[in-house]
Design a protein around this ligand. Structure first.
Ligand SMILES: [Zn+2]
Length: 162
């Protein structure tokens, strides 16, 4: 999936998570966007790959695209590292939620993801789409609609509190 789809996916997922969590929704969404872009560090042409070209090259050489950084192992390592080094729970939660949204979205592409890395199996949904294709645009519109809905819910909760 393209960077924009991942960003909106991260926003949607973190806003959805904000409904059931007491963490600050703004922090969750900010961290959610970072988390949603993080897995594509394995791909030099991605937004994050262009921001950190050297790290991106190394990760790509070592693991290839959509393998280690799109796996449960990477999620687990990220969760452990974030818990150890970042004292603010909302940031950790947001980044992880964003990463999960990224992996789930990439499971909707033909190539799938190596979810169980280092076991070499591609995992994807029964229905998949081409990256950048028409279906991805539909997904983008649906996700945007969902985030507006979740965002509206949150704002109306705030208004009620006031
Ligand atoms: Zn990806």
């Amino acid at each position: 999936m393209q960077g924009n789809t991942h960003i909106v996916g991260g926003i949607t997922a973190s806003l959805a998570f904000a409904q059931i969590s007491n963490d600050n929704p703004f922090v969750l969404v900010g961290a959610g966007i970072v988390g949603a872009l993080l897995p594509d560090i394995c791909h030099g042409g991605s937004k994050i790959g262009r921001t950190f070209p050297i790290i991106s090259k190394i990760v790509n050489k070592l693991f290839g695209h959509r393998s280690f950084t799109h796996s449960l192992l990477f999620l687990f390592l990220a969760a452990t590292l974030l818990h150890s080094f970042i004292p603010y729970e909302a940031i950790t939660a947001g980044i992880l939620v964003g990463m999960v949204s990224h992996i789930v979205l990439d499971m909707g592409t033909k190539q799938g993801v190596k979810l169980f890395f280092p076991i070499n199996i591609s995992v994807r949904f029964p229905l998949t789409t081409k990256t950048g294709g028409k279906v991805e645009k539909v997904v983008l519109v649906l996700l945007s609609g969902l985030s507006l809905y979740f965002g509206y819910e949150l704002i109306s909760q705030f208004v009620q509190v006031i």
